[in-house]
Design a protein around this ligand. Structure first.
Ligand code: P6P
Length: 339
């Protein structure tokens, strides 16, 4: 029966979202319609990413330069897909994309109450070698849809209503939270449906994996350097941790959510704010990790408490198992006291 208990209801993401909606009797279905269009965008990009990979492998798109051109177009194509899908939903009023320098203000006739921040194809430099890439998104409520301003998207991550990512890899996996825990869905291409495969994801309380780009070690600050040293050469005789670093945030965070451990993109002397973007990388992933019982920390504060000043602000980020983040928070607190 154990195997039976592991199995989940035969549930699609659309049914799951509608079930969530029934918990809000006042809901008019706008949020469900918005999520439906985000899911539609994910299905479209999944097909495009897989086809582009194959097209490159069998040379359908001409020589390397053209192929290189083709691959770069995937970023642009994915962005266009999500912008179109979000505007078509009729439920959005401001869109912030990693691909666009400025925010998109939806025309009044098609405007809704939600602001969506997203990275349409994060990690796309990895496509050529077949590494998983993904779409990352977060959803805020606008204060007044008739007078939307940038203030509506420069909100702390704790104000997010929902966040998620879609990972395009060996399978297409959508991980979503609307504020009541985290659920994972896997696309069944024959049905064109995302089926619930990872109900109620919880990050293990402590992990055996650390995930960081060791190539930046010479530039790390002391707390990060100390933490990583401890992962490799623990003083208390415990086993060293395992290093797993894919270099594609969606893949590294997905593994951290399921297996536990810690993902770090710290500040360093070259990049005092780290590399990852607050609105459409740090916030959505931090929201998901907290909803799954883990923590997300910037080195100074809880990541979701950060208030972004500009659309493309960056922040250092440490996220993952509750206990692992407690440890690095302790090292940063001790360094703070010494200052
Ligand atoms: P580095 C991919 O380019 C990305 O934005 C994230 O997906 C990933 O976590 C990070 O950058 C990798 O950065 O400097 O380790 O190559």
């Amino acid at each position: 029966h154990a195997a039976e208990s592991q199995r989940t209801d035969l549930m699609t993401v659309t049914c799951h979202v509608l079930n969530e909606q029934t918990k809000h009797p006042e809901a008019r279905g706008d949020f469900s319609i918005l999520l439906y269009h985000i899911v539609l965008g994910c299905k479209f990009v999944c097909a495009a990413v897989n086809k582009a990979g194959l097209a490159k492998l069998i040379g359908l798109v001409g020589d390397t330069n053209v192929q290189g051109e083709e691959q770069k177009k995937l970023d642009v194509l994915s962005n266009q897909v999500f912008v179109k899908a979000l505007i078509s939903s009729g439920r959005t009023c401001i869109l912030v994309s990693e691909e666009d320098e400025v925010a998109t203000f939806v025309e009044p006739s098609k405007r809704g109450r939600y602001c969506v921040v997203f990275d349409p194809l994060d990690g796309s430099s990895n496509i050529d070698c077949g590494v998983s890439v993904g779409t990352i998104f977060g959803i805020y409520m606008v204060k007044d849809k008739d007078t939307p301003t940038l203030e509506d998207v420069l909100q702390p991550g704790k104000n997010l209503l929902a966040a998620g990512y879609c990972m395009y890899g060996s399978s297409c996996t959508l991980v979503l939270s609307t504020g009541n825990g985290v659920n994972g869905f896997t696309l069944d291409p024959s049905l064109g449906e995302f089926i619930l495969t990872h109900p109620d994801i919880k990050v293990p309380k402590a992990g055996r994996i650390y995930s960081v780009n060791e190539g930046n070690a010479k530039n790390w600050d002391e707390p990060t350097a100390k933490y990583v040293e401890k992962c490799k050469f623990s003083k208390d005789g415990s086993f060293p941790k395992t290093l797993r670093y894919i270099g594609s945030m969606v893949a590294d965070v997905h593994r951290t959510l399921l297996y536990g451990g810690i993902f770090l993109y710290p500040a360093d002397k070259k990049s005092p704010n780290g590399k990852l973007r607050v609105l459409y990388e740090v916030f959505p992933m931090s929201f998901l990790v907290e909803q799954a019982g883990g923590q997300a920390f910037t080195g100074k504060q809880r990541a979701l408490d950060l208030v972004p000043k500009n659309l493309h602000d960056r922040s250092p980020i440490f996220l993952g198992s509750y206990d692992d983040i407690e440890e690095i928070k302790g090292l940063y607190a001790a360094a703070e006291e010494k200052e």
